[in-house]
Design a protein. Structure first.
Length: 215
């Protein structure tokens, strides 16, 4: 994590381009039929229980089975591979890009992911905090929890087997948590953001600066 951060450069970069660019890929092979075009506004999942799917982006047909692909974020379709319309596509092929306008909270989270030590999921599995850490979080809150190299911090549940996960990284407090215990997490996804105790004032300065200077 950097000791010094140029706040002006950070703010300027987000003011110049306050967007996240979400690439959409084909989940499997099939024939594609677009339902949106470049410039169209789209919505992500909505509803109190996230039960209302987002805007229909395209249909993917394979062996007469039609799979609707909906948007997971709100924004504007900024790029579409229109040449694929009505054509066969391979799994993993890039279909389009959605330009998502970042909110203040998302900007703060994005900056934190650059300056905190990110502990990532070692495998695709379900994860839970270790009993000791879960107990401390419930009693005192996550930022009262300190971790150091070698500490058991998580339990990984995979194929009906529970395996302890040990922390590897610089010592610090649990500043940010990016998952819900029991969730199935993709390999490599950030789960916990760790901040060394002495660098907490720097982190708070970042958050305060963004809140003050971002509308």
């Amino acid at each position: 994590m950097q000791d010094e951060i140029n706040f002006d450069d950070i703010i300027s970069s987000y003011r110049a381009d306050p967007f996240d660019y979400h690439d959409v890929f084909a989940p499997h092979t099939g024939v594609i039929k677009f339902k949106v075009a470049s410039g169209d506004a789209v919505e992500g999942v909505t509803g109190e229980w996230h039960h209302i799917p987002g805007t229909l982006l395209y249909n993917l047909e394979r062996e007469r089975n039609l799979k609707p692909i909906t948007s997971v974020t709100n924004g504007t379709v900024s790029e579409v591979n229109g040449a694929l319309d009505g054509k066969f596509v391979e799994a993993g092929e890039k279909i389009m890009t959605i330009k998502h306008p970042l909110k203040k909270r998302e900007i703060i989270d994005s900056i934190l992911k650059q300056v905190l030590y990110m502990f990532e999921a070692p495998e695709r599995a379900k994860y839970f905090f270790s009993l000791d850490i879960q107990s401390k979080i419930e009693k005192f809150g996550q930022r009262a929890v300190s971790v150091k190299k070698g500490d058991e911090i998580l339990t990984m549940s995979l194929m009906k087997r529970d395996t302890p996960v040990y922390y590897e990284g610089e010592a610090g407090i649990v500043h940010s948590v990016y998952f819900h215990p029991g969730d199935s997490i993709e390999q490599g996804k950030a789960m916990i953001g760790i901040c060394p105790q002495e660098k907490l004032p720097l982190i708070e300065k970042i958050i305060t600066r963004v809140k003050a200077e971002w509308e």
